[in-house]
Design a protein around this ligand. Sequence first.
Ligand code: SAM
Length: 268
Amino acid sequence: MIRLTDKEFQDIVTYVKSNYGINLTKKRQLIESRMQAVLVSRGFTNFTDYFNLVKQNKSDEVTLMLNKLTTNHTYFYREPAHFEFMRKVFLPMQEKTNTRKVLRIWSAGCSSGEEAYTAIMTMMEYFGIKKASWDFRILATDISLKAMEAAKNGVYSEESLKELPKTWKMKYFNKQGDEYYELKDEVRNQVIFKRLNLMDPFPYQQPFDLIFCRNVMIYFDQPTKNALINKFYDALKSGGYLFIGHSETVQRDTSPFIYVEPSIYRKG
Ligand SMILES: C[S@@+](CC[C@H](N)C(=O)[O-])C[C@H]1O[C@@H](n2cnc3c(N)ncnc32)[C@H](O)[C@@H]1O
């Protein structure tokens, strides 16, 4: 077993925190155990040499390491209150006020795409034949290239579709063998996937109508969360919404967002 020294541990905690916002302070054992096989497969005999590789080869090795230490777990129709809110409040309001009929939505920390695709299906169901007059593509971003490859591929297991209404499953997927479902192009083509580290400046000029950032900030400490929430505020249109995970909160005293209901916030 390759041991992780105190210095190596401190070093990687600091590096990951300052570059990715992810807090690994309580993950010492996890790092030591989960990274063993990776070190061995790369021919390393200590963590210092491996972490040097991680730091040099930023996008690939570091995301592989973060994939092992965090979770990409997600599924279709997760936390349905957000999709209900879209159907009952957000989309009716857009129909009334959005005369250009262009909707900009961002799934930030999209993992393998289930959240963004569920939002597209929600909109397709809501607009029905009227959807032809709307432009509602979704931007979906993550640091994990592996998760986004799965998202672009659009093939999902029965398990990840468990919560999705049965009629949607029949309508928007083709069955592949006994266990897998392939998303139809009409849904897949409406999501654009890009790699983005949420700690970096956002490269988007046009503001968004709605941002999902659910179950991503669980890894971040409070100052990092506050700073990110303020960046989302700046990236939204006035009247735009932020959806966060149900176990997460926006600190009301540090953020200008208006609380709407649990896990839903509005700008102005
Ligand atoms: C548990 S998944 C959440 C997926 C989906 N939003 C949901 O709620 O089901 C968390 C995702 O956040 C991504 N993530 C973590 N830190 C990130 C960062 N600094 N920048 C971008 N994505 C990050 C991870 O790669 C992972 O795919």
